[in-house]
Design a protein around this ligand. Structure first.
Ligand SMILES: [Cu+2]
Length: 511
C-alpha cells in the first residue's frame, strides 16, 4: 500500500498504537513526496450561504480558486492535500472511490480524525465516474460538508458533450443535532467517531422483532405528533409507509433554490451529460427532465446500458449520469429534483442563448410518489462482475422505527453490531431485507457491488455502491472481496446512520 498521510499524521498515527501492522512499509520517499507541487489542494472550512434571503453558516470543501470539490482528468491519480480549517475535527469520505483502507476517510481505532489546522495527503488510483466527497463525522454532512468528485475517462474527454454537475442537498437553518433530538434519536457512537464506542443504551431497542413491520402500524405513528413533520402515506391493510423524517427549510441544487437557480448556458442541439449527485442527508428525489428525454448511462459512476426516460429515482448517496440532447430550436429547460412523497422541489435551468428563463415555483402541484425500483430493474451493467458462485452469502435485516427513533441492522445498533467477516478473494452475496416501514439506501465503502436480485428475482443489474431497499422489499448485491480492511456498511440516511444503522465488512486479519 502506498502512503499517503502527512509526516505529522504518520507520527501521530504510529504513536496511537495498535495499528502498526496496517502500515507495514511506509516508504521514506512517500514522506518526501508530500512536498510535491502537483497535488490538488482541498480545504474544508466554514462559509456563509444565503438561502431564501437568510444567511446561514455552513461548511465547504473547496480548491484554492473556490471550485467546490474536484474533477480529475483521465489518468490522474487521486493525489490530494486536504487541509482542515473547519475549526473542529473532521474526516472526508471519498464516496465511490475504492482506496486502500487507511485512506477511505472514516474515523476508527486505526484512523484518527483530522484535527483542525491539520493537513493530510491522499494518494491512490482514482476510480472513474461521478462520485462525491462528504464528511463522515458527526452531523457535518447536514451542514453541507460535501462536494462533487468527478473522475473523467478518456471516453468522456472524447465525447462531444457539455458536462453539468448537479449536487442536491436538503438544507436546514436548525442545528442538525437538535433535529435528531426532536425525533427522539441519539447520535450515540457517531458523535465520538464510532468504532468501539457503544451508543447510549437508553436509546436502543434490541429486539428486531419489536421493530417488525407488521407490528409497526398506524397506531404507533398516531402517537407521534411531535411536529417532526415526517410524511406518511397510507397503505393497504393498516400499514403506514414513512417517507420523510424531516421537513427541511430548503432543497438545494448546487447550493441554490429555485428562487434563484443556477442557469447553465447550453447550445441549441447540443449534447449534455448531467452528473447528478444526491448529497441530501435524508431526502430522496425524482430527477425530472421536464420536456426533455434523457438516457441514464451510469449509476454511481459505473456505465449501464442506456435507459431512456424523463424521470429517474435517485436516493441518498446515489449518482446518475444522464445524457440528453437539446432541441435544435433551443429554449429554457428546468432540470428538477422532486422531493419524494411531497411537493417541494429544487433544480437548475439549462438555457440556450437568448432564451427566456421563466421562474419555476419551489413547490409543485401534486405530491410525488414514493421512490421505487422501476429504474433499478431496468439497469444492466456494461461491465458486470465475472460469473461465479458465491463463497459467502448473508441476509441482513434492515430494522428500526420512528418511535423510538432508532435504526439498526439485524436489530443491532452500531457499536453492538456483528461485522460481516470476509476473506480476501471471496465472492460475497448480501441480501438486504427491509423489515421497517421506511426505505433505506445501503452503502458499502471500499467496493462497488452488483445488484443481482430484486425481491428474489435475478437481474444482471447495475454495478454501484449504494442501493435503495424499499419498504418491505429485498435486494441482493454481490461483490468481490478485493480490498482488505474494515469497511463501513450503512444506511445513507444520515439520521438513520447516526442512531446506529451501520455495521462493517471486516477482512480476515483486520478484526
Ligand atoms: Cu435508513
Amino acid at each position: 500500500m502506498t502512503l499517503v498521510l502527512s509526516r505529522r499524521r504518520l507520527l501521530s498515527t504510529a504513536v496511537a498504537g495498535g495499528c502498526a501492522a496496517l502500515f507495514p512499509a511506509i516508504p521514506r520517499s512517500a514522506l518526501a513526496a508530500s512536498s510535491s507541487g502537483d497535488a490538488a489542494r482541498l480545504t474544508v472550512d466554514r462559509r456563509t450561504l444565503e438561502v431564501n434571503g437568510k444567511a446561514a453558516s455552513v461548511f465547504g470543501i473547496r480548491q484554492p480558486d473556490g471550485t467546490h470539490g474536484l474533477t480529475l482528468d483521465p489518468g490522474r491519480r487521486f493525489l490530494v492535500d486536504l487541509a482542515n480549517r473547519a475549526g473542529e475535527d473532521t474526516v472526508i469520505h471519498w464516496h465511490g472511490q475504492t482506496p486502500p483502507y487507511v485512506q477511505d476517510g472514516v474515523i476508527d481505532r486505526n484512523r484518527p480524525a483530522i484535527r483542525s489546522g491539520e493537513s493530510v495527503r491522499y494518494d491512490f488510483v482514482a476510480r472513474t465516474g461521478t462520485h462525491w466527497m462528504h464528511s463522515h463525522h458527526g452531523m457535518q454532512e447536514q451542514l453541507l460538508m460535501a462536494a462533487p468528485l468527478v473522475v473523467r475517462s478518456e471516453e468522456d474527454r472524447r465525447a462531444d458533450e457539455q458536462e453539468v454537475i448537479i449536487l442536491l442537498h436538503d438544507f436546514t437553518f436548525r442545528d442538525p443535532a437538535e433535529i435528531l433530538a426532536s425525533l427522539g434519536g441519539s447520535s450515540g457512537g457517531m458523535a465520538h467517531g464510532g468504532h468501539g464506542t457503544a451508543p447510549a443504551q437508553g436509546a436502543m431497542n434490541h429486539g428486531a422483532m419489536n421493530h417488525g413491520a407488521m407490528a409497526h402500524g398506524a397506531m404507533d405513528h398516531g402517537a407521534m405528533g411531535q411536529g417532526s413533520g415526517h410524511d406518511m402515506t397510507g397503505m393497504s391493510g393498516g400499514m403506514v409507509m414513512d417517507l420523510n423524517d424531516v421537513d427541511y427549510d430548503a432543497y438545494l441544487a448546487n447550493d441554490r433554490t429555485l428562487a434563484d437557480p443556477e442557469v447553465v448556458r447550453v447550445e441549441r442541439g447540443g449534447r449534455v451529460r448531467l452528473r447528478v449527485i444526491n448529497g441530501a442527508t435524508s431526502t430522496a428525489f425524482h430527477l425530472d427532465l421536464g420536456r426533455l428525454t434523457g438516457q441514464v448511462i451510469a449509476a454511481d459512476g459505473n456505465p449501464v446500458h442506456p435507459v431512456a426516460g424523463s424521470r429517474f429515482a435517485i436516493s441518498m448517496g446515489q449518482r446518475l449520469d444522464i445524457r440528453l440532447t437539446l432541441p435544435g430550436e433551443g429554449g429554457a429547460f428546468p432540470i428538477l429534483a422532486l422531493r419524494e412523497g411531497a411537493v417541494q422541489r429544487t433544480g437548475l435551468i439549462l438555457a440556450t442563448a437568448g432564451a427566456t428563463v421563466e421562474k419555476v415555483a419551489q413547490t409543485g402541484e401534486a405530491q410525488t410518489d414514493p421512490l421505487d425500483l422501476s429504474l433499478e430493474r431496468q439497469l444492466v451493467a456494461v461491465t458486470p462482475l465475472a460469473t461465479r458462485a458465491a463463497d459467502l452469502t448473508r441476509r441482513m435485516q434492515l430494522t428500526g422505527s420512528m418511535v423510538p427513533y432508532v435504526w439498526s441492522l439485524d436489530g443491532l445498533t452500531f457499536g453492538e453490531h456483528r461485522p460481516l467477516l470476509v476473506r480476501h478473494g471471496q465472492r460475497v452475496e448480501l441480501t438486504f431485507e427491509s423489515a421497517s416501514m421506511m426505505a433505506h439506501p445501503m452503502h458499502l465503502h471500499g467496493h462497488h457491488f452488483q445488484v443481482v436480485a430484486i425481491d428474489g428475482r435475478p437481474v444482471a443489474g447495475a454495478v454501484r455502491d449504494t442501493v435503495l431497499v424499499p419498504m418491505m422489499g429485498n435486494v441482493t448485491v454481490a461483490f468481490d472481496a478485493d480490498n482488505p480492511g474494515r469497511w463501513p456498511l450503512h444506511c445513507h440516511n444520515l439520521l438513520h446512520m447516526a442512531t446506529g444503522m451501520m455495521t462493517e465488512v471486516v477482512y480476515e486479519g483486520f478484526v
